[in-house]
Design a protein around this ligand. Structure first.
Ligand SMILES: Cc1cc2nc3c(=O)[nH]c(=O)nc-3n(C[C@H](O)[C@H](O)[C@H](O)COP(=O)(O)O)c2cc1C
Length: 181
């Protein structure tokens, strides 16, 4: 798929067919996402993909701050890619001090880039995704038994789309862009 087409036609997908995603495709998506830029190339982002139904159900029931919409999406998806970040790397100097006034929020910046790259890579393989932000990250980390130095930035629900969704309206370029010459 051509790059511009993938960018334009990627939609958040919340309803999926029964078709499973192969390990080979998951590996390819993560391989492509690994090309994402990151703070000083620290690559603090990694992926834990949950396919196990019981585990997925637990995350859906206990890890969405009571937001029923996300609970349903997680139960429906074939795989839930948990975007894990390593704390204290992005935005930080070697001695642990913050490099800029944005402190460690660069960690979420790196996670966001990786998430979009992941979603576009999935799109290229015909796999639908939706980034989920309304989550109880500490609860999900507990359910998954993540170590202290790791945190859950977001989750991405995945599966083959039932249909191509409509695009929510976007601001025009005129609204978004100011060029100063
Ligand atoms: C940081 C972030 C958090 C989001 N959180 C949720 C969420 O919790 N649940 C959900 O269904 N969609 C979530 N979305 C998807 C957005 O609603 C969606 O991207 C937006 O409506 C535009 O639609 P599109 O992705 O089809 O272009 C999130 C997207 C982003 C980037």
């Amino acid at each position: 798929m051509e790059l511009n087409e993938a960018i334009e036609t990627r939609r958040s997908v919340r309803k999926y067919t029964d078709q499973g995603i192969s390990d080979e495709d998951l590996r390819e998506i993560v391989r492509l996402a690994s090309y994402s830029p990151s703070w000083k190339n620290t690559q603090c982002v990694s992926w834990l993909v949950v396919e196990n139904k019981d585990l997925k159900s637990r995350i859906a029931e206990e890890g969405v701050c009571g937001y029923e919409f996300n609970c349903k999406t997680i139960k429906r998806c074939h795989a839930l890619a948990v975007l894990v970040t390593e704390k204290g790397k992005s935005g930080c100097e070697a001695d642990g001090s913050f490099s800029t006034s944005k402190k460690d929020t660069w960690e979420m910046f790196d996670a966001g880039i990786a998430a979009q790259t992941f979603c576009l890579a999935a799109k290229g393989l015909g796999i639908g995704t939706v980034i989920l932000g309304i989550l109880d990250d500490a609860k999900i980390a507990e359910i998954l038994g993540l170590p202290e130095n790791k945190t859950v930035a977001s989750c991405i629900a995945m599966g083959y789309p039932i249909k191509q969704g409509n695009m929510p309206p976007r601001k025009s370029v005129d609204e978004l862009l100011e060029i100063r010459k």
